[in-house]
Design a binder for this molecule. Structure first.
Ligand SMILES: [Zn+2]
Length: 209
């Protein structure tokens, strides 16, 4: 198992994304391996970690990244907030992965049926509210999806467009971080029904979904 750790420490962003997509296909088809979870492996990791990706996802109980992407201990530095909002501690945690651990792949994984986006849509594009922590979180999601997304001219909201817009906005924001360096930022959308991820933005890595 230690050999596998050394290999993963050396994987580049494109190979890392391929590992995630392969793991997701295993999960979705009921062939998950639950890798890198043995007692030996746990002990091998005590001295240090070298995850191959920073995974930015939602807190939703149906989308745990290590499970739906079939990864194990030491594979992913996982940052989860509702609707993968980035304000504050989340952005700092992502920076920790990119700068301190030298992770070269950052993956934003949104999902269908996201409650944070539903909350932003329910607000109907009203003025940002500030208020408590949860209000501020929904404010961030609202600003990503935008008033047009929340109040389209037709009077109906295309929630599927909002799911994608929320991923795109987070990807764009992270690409603008001055500390990003050479790290690649990729956007995925996980489908609750199929269990599969769709590539929203491959970050130029050229990995087929
Ligand atoms: Zn969600």
């Amino acid at each position: 198992m230690a050999d596998e750790a050394q290999i993963k420490a050396a994987v580049g962003p494109a190979e890392g994304l391929a590992l995630l997509l392969a793991g997701n296909r295993r999960f979705a088809s009921g062939e998950a391996r639950h890798p890198d979870a043995s007692p030996d492996w746990r002990r091998d990791l005590v001295a240090a970690q070298q995850p191959f990706a920073v995974l930015v996802g939602c807190v939703d109980s149906r989308v745990p990244p290590e499970i739906v992407l079939d990864q194990g201990l030491g594979d992913l530095l996982t940052v989860r907030t509702a609707g993968h909002a980035l304000e504050g501690a989340a952005r700092g945690s992502i920076k920790f992965g990119v700068v301190d651990l030298a992770v070269g792949l950052v993956v934003v994984m949104g999902h269908t049926g996201c409650g944070a986006i539903a909350a932003a849509i329910a607000r109907g594009g009203a003025e940002l509210q500030g208020g408590d922590d949860l209000d501020q979180l929904v404010d961030e999601i609202s600003s990503r999806v935008g008033p047009d997304g929340l109040r389209p001219a037709s009077g109906t909201v295309d929630v599927a467009t909002a799911w994608v817009a929320n991923v795109d906005a987070a990807v764009r924001e992270l690409r603008g971080m001055p500390w990003l360096g050479d790290a690649s930022v990729v956007g995925l959308l996980y489908d609750l029904e199929t269990g599969l991820v769709e590539i929203i933005d491959d970050g130029g890595l050229g990995v087929a979904g």
